[in-house]
Design a protein around this ligand. Structure first.
Ligand code: ATP
Ligand code: MG
Length: 236
């Protein structure tokens, strides 16, 4: 079973959005998916309640109030962790995952907070021993900011597809993560598509292709990374 966790001590950075979209993606691939919500706010489970009966099924677990009992035939366990999770609580949660994804918003405050949080995660020995893999994803990046970033890099002599472009504002975080060998996987744009899908209990993968083609492209590096050995614990 693949165990993927979305977490960041900072609130509102997209943990639940990434969790529900990943769950919907794997459900669409005919995988058996469990979405475990560790957040008493229950956003992920509310999303699941809004999910149409005819959509590929996802099983929800209210992990904040009951023991996590994952059915044995589960292919993907997606875990949504509340903000402000630190210390022993964080350590205990991290133990449950093979792969940790930290979404980061493009504000200086969020980036500073993410850097502190990544440092805290690295103190959980599992991450430095590569028993749990960790990556960051930039979220809610304004498109004009991405275009500016691309142009700037092309002018610098390098042509990089826009999905790998992080705006100027992420550079300090990028440098910091590179030093720690934590990959920065992709940049997701700020778009109402996420809210539209969310309100209907869907993922963006379930919206009209023409509406979300850019978003699907931006998710590719994350899906690819999650499919690769690079996001899996080092074999012992
Ligand atoms: N890429 C995006 N574009 C537009 N809106 C987004 C995007 N990502 C997230 N949002 C919106 O931002 C808000 C916060 O996102 P979300 O609830 O996923 O964050 P969170 O980290 O789970 O928050 P919390 O810490 O409260 O649990 C939601 O309204 C969500 O729909
Ligand atoms: Mg949430």
């Amino acid at each position: 079973m693949r165990r993927i966790m979305l977490l960041n001590a900072k609130g509102g950075c997209g943990k639940s959005t990434l969790a529900t979209n990943l769950a919907s993606y794997y459900a669409l691939q005919n995988k058996s998916v469990v979405l475990a919500d560790f957040d008493p706010q229950g956003s992920s489970l509310e999303w699941l309640e809004a999910r149409p009966k005819e959509s590929p099924p996802i099983r929800g677990l209210a992990a904040w109030r009951e023991a996590l009992r994952v059915p044995r035939n589960t292919d993907y366990l997606i875990m949504d962790v509340p903000a402000r999770c630190h210390g022993p609580e964080l350590t205990a949660l991290v133990r449950r995952a093979q792969t940790l994804i930290v979404p980061v918003l493009p504000s200086a405050t969020d980036i500073r907070a993410a850097a502190h949080f990544v440092q805290e995660l690295l103190l959980v020995g599992r991450v430095t021993r590569k028993e749990t893999r960790l990556a960051a994803v930039a979220n809610r990046v304004r498109e004009n900011a991405m275009v500016e970033g691309t142009v700037e890099r092309i002018l610098g002599g390098m042509s990089i597809p826009y999905t790998t472009v992080h705006t100027q504002i992420y550079r300090p975080l990028e440098r910091f993560l590179r030093r720690l060998k934590v990959p920065f996987i992709t940049t997701l744009r700020d778009t109402p598509n996420y809210q539209l899908a969310d309100a209907r209990g869907l993922g963006i993968f379930e919206l009209a292709r023409s509406q979300v083609s850019r978003d699907l492209e931006q998710w590719q590096p994350l899906i690819k990374w999650l499919d690769s050995r690079r996001s899996m614990p080092k074999p012992v």
